[in-house]
Design a protein. Structure first.
Ligand code: BES
Ligand code: ZN
Ligand code: MN
Length: 500
């Protein structure tokens, strides 16, 4: 377990196993960032030329280890690039890169730019997330991870004694814990996290929140889902030997100033069903429950922070598999609330489980509904794997984008063109058509489908198909595998409702 502290000590005089400072790219030169002044002075103005000699430019993600040979009181200096702009986004990423570069240090002193609560939060979040590892399946994993992670991390900052700085650090740790727990759930192999297990894990985690953070849970099993008429969840889950679930969470603080509903896609594995995926298309599909994990963990974080916002979260869970009881292309299902839908592609399953949950969310008449889903490959084609798409009511989309900005998560607005609505309604035999075979703009069609179930309430849909899972190497505070995408943004969005 790592403990974090704020200290106003000088990084030149502090005794830690490693001291971290930031470097800036300025023109062709490398500069030192705020926080590094005392270290630079201890080096007698020789640190910058030294970095240049070593070819260090200060670009984002660049790290360099220097033995200090008595120049400062700690034996090792880690310099990390911030790029050109030392704002909270680059500071968060650099702190993550620093965490990944440090091995076997029991005490770490961070002397990165941190002279405001926003920056304190960015450093702590970035460092704590960059140091994330998933070791559950390594023979000596727990032991190795414990040996590698620092016991004490001190953030050196001039505002160490201000309450706002302490609060920023404590809040950052609540959010980063939620992101870490989301990553854990996403990284679990699908065989070990099928809908009943996922639902149990959520209920158990809610119980453990403790101390004022009261989140109540209700789990609906397959029989209760049949009684409710949740045909989307039952249809998608029908091919699996593990039955589907719907988990509903409520955080209802006294004095709540707003009511936020969150809906997350919880497909614990997406084989495509009878409209089966290619072998390559299936390899990362354990991540298809990342939306559900994110809304659950965001709810936990909002509760632990004690934000005065009521949250109702809905996590429909199903495993999309192939068997004699699987849903067929051509079947008609009935969504919760009675809308009938002609299913033409069983691989467009996310919208079917989300629609049931969205209708349940509308029944509570919340002020805002946000849904989060690894919904379409189209969004990945459009925006790549580091930017999420946001679609829905203009003002809510704007609010989500602003929350993404302050969370340091890249998001981009996408439209729902009016002409698509006719295509969603084009079924010859049912009320709606789930999929019409047109490949272009599939992420927009999916959003148009979802909108049919929002009862015209203020709503936005976050398509995190690209951002939820990092199949490549780590960068900044984003490690390989599950990323915890959107958790921080959802918490920020809840915060923004308080100020309104
Ligand atoms: N879970 C996938 C979307 C996905 C793709 C998530 C890549 C993460 C990475 C979703 O259920 C799906 O299969 N979507 C189809 C929809 C199509 C059949 C309309 C897709 O994107 O091809
Ligand atoms: Zn899917
Ligand atoms: Mn699918």
């Amino acid at each position: 377990m790592t403990t974090y502290h704020l200290r106003s000590a000088s990084p030149a005089k502090t005794r830690s196993d490693v001291v971290v400072v930031g470097a800036l790219q300025s023109g062709k030169d490398v500069g030192l960032a705020a926080g590094a002044e005392d270290v630079a002075e201890a080096y007698g103005r020789k640190l910058r030329p030294l970095l240049s000699t070593l070819g260090f430019t200060g670009k984002p993600g660049e790290v360099l280890k220097l033995p200090t040979a008595g120049t400062i009181s700690s034996p090792l200096l880690l310099v990390v690039g911030l790029g050109k702009d030392p704002g909270h986004v680059s500071v968060r990423r650099a702190a993550g890169a620093a965490a990944r570069a440090i091995s076997n240090a029991s005490s770490v002193a961070l002397a990165l730019p941190a002279d405001s609560p926003t920056l304190v939060r960015a450093v702590i979040e970035g460092f704590d997330l960059g140091g994330y590892t998933f070791t559950a399946y390594k023979r000596n994993g727990t032991k190795d991870a414990a040996a590698k992670s620092a016991n004490t991390v001190s953030l050196l900052t001039g505002i160490a004694r201000q309450q706002a700085a302490l609060t920023a650090m404590e809040d950052a740790l609540v959010v980063s814990q939620a992101v870490r727990d989301t990553r854990d759930w996403v990284n679990l192999p699908a065989a070990d996290l099928r809908p009943p297990e996922f639902a149990n894990a959520v209920a158990a985690a809610a119980k453990k929140l403790g101390r004022g953070a009261k989140v109540s849970t209700k789990v609906y099993d397959e029989e209760q889902l049949a009684d409710l008429g949740c045909g989307g969840i039952l249809g998608v889950g029908g091919g699996s030997s593990a039955p589907p679930r719907l988990v509903e969470l409520t955080y209802n603080p006294s004095g709540a100033v707003a009511h936020l509903a969150l809906v997350g896609k919880g497909v614990t594995y997406d084989s495509g069903g009878l409209s089966i995926k290619t072998a390559g298309g299936m390899t990362t599909m354990k991540c298809d429950m990342a939306g559900a994990a994110a809304v659950v963990q965001a709810t936990f974080a909002i509760a632990r922070l004690g934000l005065p916002v009521k949250v109702s979260a809905f996590a429909p869970m199903a495993e999309n598999m192939v068997s004699g009881s699987a849903m067929r292309p051509g079947d008609v299902i009935t969504q919760y609330g009675g809308t009938t839908v002609e299913v033409l592609n069983t691989d467009a399953e996310g919208r079917l489980i989300l629609a049931d949950a969205l209708v349940r969310a509308t029944e509570l008449k919340p002020d805002v509904i946000l849904d989060v889903a690894t919904l379409t490959g189209h969004m990945v084609i459009a925006l790549g794997d580091r930017v999420a798409g946001v679609l829905g009511s203009d003002d809510i989309v704007g609010g989500v984008l602003a929350a993404g900005d302050s969370a340091g998560e890249a998001m981009w607005p996408m439209p729902i063109p009016e002409a698509i609505v006719d295509r969603v309604k084009a079924s010859q035999i049912a009320d709606l058509l789930q999929h019409d075979g047109v490949r272009w703009g599939g992420g927009l069609f999916a959003a148009a489908y979802l909108r049919e179930f929002t009862a015209d309430l203020p709503w936005a849909h976050l398509d995190i198909a690209g951002t939820a899972f990092n199949s490549g190497g780590a960068y900044g505070h984003i490690t390989s595998g599950g990323t915890g995408a959107s958790v921080t943004t959802l918490v920020e969005y809840a915060r923004s409702l308080i100020d309104q």
